[in-house]
Design a protein around this ligand. Structure first.
Ligand code: TA6
Length: 244
């Protein structure tokens, strides 16, 4: 169900072009560090290998703790813990961010999911109606999304604020619909680079833009402030609904 570019690079220098990169501690261009922060290019540790819990779910836990490299860019102590839970038609990601130092810090974070689609022009995103958004392609703030069903037929890079916790993406592989449920992530980004954007990215095939759409839940419009010993928790659940 997830898109991975045929040109994706696994070099720990840039985020992988596909899958679900984790954006932390900064969404977007970052004057003091790499775009979208360092979490997506750091090596995470496996805290719990995939194992079956009492309900029959497969659960794995990965973690990232501050280290010399992260402190050189952003001098704070933190722990990111991501619990990954897989059921037959459902995949959950639970993110915990803990401030393990003695100074308060601010951050933005986002789950940059790349959905694989047979044809993005036939897919629709539902659930954004009425939300205020920033259109990054024009630099304009739009007061309210008027479309009940968002379709994509050009470069799109919209940052929606205060989005309802249930979104739907139609037109997935084999006609599947994906229900996206989020908690603790107020915002949602919808991105497709289209023809020109695809050509500018070395790690993305020129012909791949119709085959993906990023629908990314996050806390990006306003920063999260975390005092020492405090924890931030947010999650995303993807549920696949197969056609009858
Ligand atoms: O989340 C959307 C976005 O910020 C877009 O503006 C686009 O640049 C995309 O992420 C990919 O960023 P990347 O750093 O992975 O090339």
């Amino acid at each position: 169900m997830l898109f991975l570019s045929k040109n994706a690079l696994f070099d720990n220098k840039k985020g992988i072009r596909g899958g679900i990169p984790i954006v932390f501690p900064h969404f977007g261009p970052w004057p003091i560090g790499p775009q979208h922060g360092f979490a997506r290019i750091q090596m995470w540790e496996v805290e719990q290998l995939p194992s079956v819990d009492v309900s029959g779910n497969v659960v794995a836990i990965i973690a990232l703790v501050d280290n010399a490299e992260t402190r050189k860019i952003w001098d704070f102590k933190f722990k990111l813990r991501m619990t990954l839970t897989l059921l037959k038609c459902c995949f959950s990601m639970d993110l915990h961010v803990t401030n393990t130092g003695d100074a308060e810090f601010n951050f933005t974070t986002l789950i940059h999911t790349y959905f694989r689609l047979p044809d993005v022009t036939k897919s629709r995103v539902l659930g954004l109606t009425g939300c205020k958004y920033f259109d990054k392609t024009t630099g304009q703030d739009i007061q309210s999304e008027t479309r009940e069903q968002l379709s994509v037929d050009r470069n799109i890079d919209n940052i929606y604020a205060n989005v309802p916790d249930e979104l739907t993406l139609t037109g997935g592989p084999a006609g599947r619909t994906i229900k996206i449920t989020k908690k603790g992530f107020p915002d949602t980004v919808v991105w497709n680079p289209w023809v020109d954007g695809a050509q500018k990215m070395a790690d993305f095939g020129d012909d791949e833009y119709p085959l993906m759409l990023c629908v990314e839940v996050g806390h990006v419009v306003k920063k999260v402030s975390l005092a020492p010993a405090q924890e931030f928790h947010a999650s995303q659940t993807l549920q696949i609904q197969c056609p009858e």
